[in-house]
Design a protein. Sequence first.
Lengths: 135, 64
Amino acid sequence: MSVRRHTERVYVLRMLAVALLYVGLVWARKHYLHADIAPALHTALVAGPVFPIWLMLFAVWRYYEGIDEFAQKRLLQILAASFGLSAATIVSYAFLEDLGLPKVDLLTAWPVMALFWLGLTVLAKWRDRVPGHEK
Amino acid sequence: MKNELKALRTARGWSQGELAEALGVSRQTINALETGRYDPSLPLAFKIARLFGKPIEEIFAPED
């Protein structure tokens, strides 16, 4: 396995683990927030989702440090474009809610960002693919 | 910027993968350089020049 492929595999696994942890902690927060639990556990439950959010940034940073300059440029382009598109989509939707679109939770912003991020990553991979005869 | 990377590589009988390994970058990076979709940083350009034993300006040139 090439170094790049290994770096990408580790990155994907880290991001999946962090996403699962985030979903689990948000689920636990939602279901047990008002349960009769110890104050320390309540605090941990409330602040829990903060931890995987910062872990995600750490995973991206470690990936960035492990790839070459062209891949770094692509990653930054994808991040910039997906975050810009997400911001435009979310703000547009917020205004259109006043015209009757269904109200959605603020946390919906995450899947929107993830979808743009994933879509642009797939597009970039396709665009940067190496032709079979050049390998 | 245009470059002579593909011509230099093929003249030595190297694959993109072999050149990528020699430069410590990915095949995708070599392919992007050869197809003109990416201009290298100065450190990478110097590395390429050193590898082929040529001055940078003989490998990379402005599009005009």
